[in-house]
Design a protein around this ligand. Structure first.
Ligand code: 13P
Length: 250
């Protein structure tokens, strides 16, 4: 059965003190009684702090990125094994900011997915169209190609470790969210695309999160859609009150 998930992508926010503060607030209020698996993704330097602070809780820690190689002369980069060595078993890959600002291609992201799976990590795979794609009615094509190029080389068994996060670029950090109907329409298309490639069991089991300006006042309606299994939250994950309200909206 597919899982409900609410994940907070903290992006390049919060130093060590602020990370500890926010995690302690979340720790006090997130319980195993929550309907959703809660995941937080602080910056690289605060991951070890996060896993140690959250030990024994139900909150999981994710990285925001990683390198595809096992080791080497790649100044500034981090391997899957390094993440695992500090207790991090999940990684966000393919975020639109990595694609747009750091020029990550579908092929590069696919190789990162492979490296993560080889290390038995869970991947939160992000994808989504830009505004120009939607305006030219090309959004379904773009999304289908991102899925195919990033993930459809995988074997069926690999899908146990994949979480999909549809994040339309035009809705990220803009305050403009996809309507619940737009989100449902695309999530249904995504599930159908997975079904065609891998069959119904995998399509029904994969969690598809929505990301892009999810806030406490719109979360409930978006999460009520049948193919929306939770959210990947940016700005509203940076304070405990808003993030917990979104967690509780599931
Ligand atoms: P916002 O919630 O700030 O729009 O960010 C979404 C996002 O990019 C999560 O990965």
């Amino acid at each position: 059965m597919r899982k409900k998930i609410v994940a907070g992508n903290w992006k390049m926010h919060k130093n060590a003190t602020q990370t500890a503060e926010l995690l302690n607030e979340l720790k006090a209020q997130v319980s195993t009684k929550n309907n959703a698996q809660v995941i937080v993704a602080p910056t690289f330097v605060n991951l070890a702090l996060a896993t140690s602070l959250l030990e024994g809780t139900s909150i999981q820690v994710s990285a925001q990125n990683m390198h595809q190689a096992a080791s080497g002369a790649y100044t500034g980069e981090i391997t899957a094994d390094m993440l695992k060595s500090v207790g991090v078993n999940t990684v966000i890959l393919g975020h639109s900011e990595r694609r747009a600002i750091f020029h990550e291609t579908d092929a590069l992201i696919a190789s990162k997915v492979d490296a993560a799976l080889q290390n038995d990590m869970t991947v939160i795979f992000c994808f989504g169209e830009e505004l120009k794609d939607r305006q030219s009615k090309n959004h379904f094509n773009i999304v289908e190609n991102q899925l195919k190029d990033g993930l459809f080389h995988l074997q069926a068994k690999d899908w146990e470790k994949i979480v999909l996060a549809y994040e339309p670029v035009w809705a990220i950090g803009t305050g403009e969210t996809a309507s619940p109907e737009q989100a449902q329409e695309m999530h249904e298309f995504i599930r159908e695309t997975v079904r065609k490639a891998y069959g119904s069991d995998i399509a029904e089991d994969v969690s598809i999160l929505y990301g892009g300006s999810v806030k406490p006042d719109n979360a409930k309606e978006i999460f009520s859609k049948p193919d929306v299994d939770g959210g990947l939250i940016g700005g509203a994950a940076l304070n405990s009150k808003d993030f917990l309200a979104i967690v509780n909206a599931i």
